[in-house]
Design a protein around this ligand. Structure first.
Ligand code: URP
Ligand code: ZN
Ligand code: ZN
Length: 463
C-alpha cells in the first residue's frame, strides 16, 4: 500500500492512497485504511510524487554492430533501467545473419532476454531486407507474436532504399503495425565522410561534421511523404535531434497525418561542444549532438506537445574499447552511448524542476504516450485500477550529483557525469515488487516478463 503520495498522471494530479494486490493496482482512493489490510506492506510516500513506471521504447541491449558488441546485455541493461525508474523497455533487435527471417531474430532476442531481464520487455522488429517472405511474415509477427512495431534504417549497413521502404510502410500499415525509422540520408553522409577521410579529418570531432542536421531533416521529410503515399501509413520518427526535422513533422501534423516523434535526453541536454573535448569519442552517436540552438528548439517542441516521447537509444560501448587505436578514426568507432538509467532523473531535473515542462507532460513523455503508441496501454503507462503496479517514487526536494560510479550498467562512463540534478528517484516497483530503492538494486535477473503487445491503434490520442 502506498499512502500519502501525490499521484501524477498525464491527465492531472491527486493526493490519494493506492492498494496493490498480486502485482496490479487494486484500489486508488482518497483514504485507504491500512488496518483493513493487515497483510499489506505500507510505504509512506509523504512529500513524494508517485508516477507510472518509465517506458523506454528505444534501447539496444546485447547488440553486435559488427565492429563491436555493446557492453550492456539484458541483465545489466534492465538492472540499470529499473534503478533509473524505467520498468518497461522495448529493445531494438539487432541484425541477424544475411537473409534471415523476422522470426529468427525474435527467437534470438527472446533467448537473450529470458532469465536475464529485470524489467518487462518487448522488441521492435528490425527490417534488414525486403522480399515477399518478409512481407508475408509481418502479419503473424503482429498477431501471433505481439510485435506491433518495426524499425527501418535509412543508413548503416542494412539501409533500405525507397522502394523497400514504401513496401514496408504499406504492408505494416495493413497488418496493424507502426513503422519506426532511423532517418538519415546515407548518400550525403557517405559523400561527406569520403571527403573528410581524403583530407585526413578522421578525429572523433569530425563525426558531427560528417552528418549535419540536413541529412536527418531530409530523411524525415522523405519518410513523411512516403508514408503519406503508402495509404497514410502511421510513422514514428526515432531520436529527433534538430528543429528543422521538427518543422517538417509539424507541417505533416498540421495536415492530420499520423506521424509521431521521439527525442532523447542527450539531444536536449548535451550539444556539439563536447566534440572539442579530449574524450569526444564518448559522444560518437548518430544522429550526432547538435548546436545548442537545436536543443532549445526541441525543448519548445516538448513543452508544446509537438514531441511525443522521450526515449534513450541506450547503446553502450566501453570508453576503454572506443579509445583503442582501431576505433580512433570516427568512421571505425561503434556509434552509440549509454543513458537508460539517466533518462528519468535528467529529464525530471532539466525539464520539470527547471520549469520547462509540467509534471503531467513528464508522465506523458516518459510513460503514457510510449505505452499508447506501442500497444502496452492500459496494462502499462497509467495509474489506474487493473493496471500493472509499475511505479516510481520521486522526492522533488532532494538533490544529487549524477555519477557513473553510482549507476548499474556495465559501461565505464556516463555522458552526464557531474550533472547537478534536482529531484531524486527514491523507489521503483515492478508489478508491486520493490526492484530499486535509494539507489540500491533489489530485483533479480529473470523477473522481467515478455510483453505481447497489441496491434497499433490508429485512433490513438496522446497527451
Ligand atoms: O548511434 C547510435 N544511435 N547508435 C545506436 C543505433 C541507432 O542508430 O539507433
Ligand atoms: Zn538510430
Ligand atoms: Zn537506436
Amino acid at each position: 500500500m502506498i499512502k500519502h503520495g501525490t499521484l501524477v498522471r498525464a491527465s492531472g494530479q491527486s493526493h490519494q492512497d493506492m492498494l496493490i494486490i498480486d502485482g496490479k493496482i487494486a484500489a486508488i482512493a482518497d483514504h485507504i485504511d491500512a488496518a483493513a489490510h493487515p497483510q499489506a506492506t505500507v510505504i509512506d510516500a509523504s512529500g513524494q510524487l508517485v508516477l507510472p513506471g518509465g517506458i523506454d521504447v528505444h534501447t539496444h541491449f546485447n547488440i553486435d554492430v559488427g565492429i563491436a558488441r555493446s557492453c550492456d546485455d539484458f541483465f545489466t541493461g534492465t538492472r540499470s533501467a529499473v534503478c533509473g525508474g524505467t520498468t518497461t523497455i522495448v529493445d531494438h533487435m539487432g541484425f541477424g545473419p544475411k537473409g534471415c527471417s523476422l522470426h529468427h531474430q525474435l527467437e534470438v532476442y527472446k533467448a537473450h532476454a529470458k532469465d536475464n531481464a529485470v524489467a518487462d520487455y518487448s522488441f521492435h522488429g528490425v527490417i534488414q531486407h525486403i522480399n515477399d517472405d518478409i512481407l508475408d511474415e509481418m502479419a503473424a509477427m503482429v498477431t501471433e507474436e505481439g510485435i506491433s512495431s518495426f524499425k527501418l534504417y535509412l543508413t548503416y549497413g542494412y539501409k533500405l532504399g525507397d522502394e523497400d521502404v514504401f513496401k514496408a510502410l504499406e504492408r505494416l500499415n495493413q497488418v496493424g503495425a507502426l513503422t519506426t525509422v532511423h532517418p538519415e540520408n546515407d548518400a550525403a553522409i557517405a559523400a561527406r565522410r569520403s571527403k573528410l577521410v581524403e583530407q585526413g579529418k578522421t578525429a572523433p570531432k569530425y563525426h558531427g561534421v560528417s552528418r549535419p542536421l540536413e541529412c536527418e531533416a531530409e530523411a524525415i521529410a522523405r519518410m513523411i511523404n512516403l508514408a503519406k503515399l503508402a495509404d497514410n501509413a502511421p510513422l514514428y520518427i526515432v531520436h529527433l535531434s534538430n528543429g528543422l526535422g521538427l518543422d517538417y513533422l509539424n507541417l505533416a501534423r498540421g495536415q492530420q497525418q499520423p506521424v509521431w516523434v521521439e527525442t532523447c535526453p542527450q539531444y536536449l541536454t548535451l550539444n556539439e561542444t563536447v566534440y572539442t573535448r579530449e574524450d569526444a569519442t564518448k559522444f560518437i552517436l548518430s544522429p550526432p549532438l547538435r548546436p545548442q540552438a537545436e536543443c532549445d528548439k526541441l525543448w519548445v517542441g516538448l513543452e508544446q506537445g509537438q514531441i511525443d516521447t522521450v526515449a534513450t537509444d541506450h547503446c553502450s560501448f566501453l570508453y576503454q574499447q572506443q579509445k583503442q587505436p582501431q576505433h580512433a578514426d570516427f568512421t571505425r568507432c561503434p556509434n552509440g552511448m549509454p543513458g537508460v538509467e539517466a533518462r528519468i532523473p535528467v529529464l525530471f531535473s532539466e525539464g520539470v524542476m527547471q520549469g520547462r515542462i509540467t509534471l503531467e507532460r513528464f508522465v506523458a513523455l516518459t510513460s503514457t504516450n510510449p505505452a499508447k503508441l506501442f500497444g502496452l496501454y492500459p496494462k502499462k503507462g497509467c495509474l489506474a485500477v487493473g493496471s500493472d503496479a509499475d511505479l516510481i517514487l520521486i522526492d522533488p526536494a532532494a538533490d544529487s550529483i549524477h555519477r557513473h560510479s553510482e549507476l548499474h550498467d556495465a559501461c565505464d562512463y556516463s555522458p552526464y557525469e557531474g550533472m547537478k540534478l534536482k529531484g531524486k528517484l527514491t523507489m521503483t516497483l515492478l508489478r508491486g515488487q520493490i526492484v530499486a530503492k535509494d539507489g540500491q538494486f533489489l530485483g533479480h535477473a529473470g523477473q522481467g516478463q515478455f510483453l505481447h503487445r497489441q496491434p497499433f491503434n490508429p485512433i490513438v490520442e496522446l497527451h
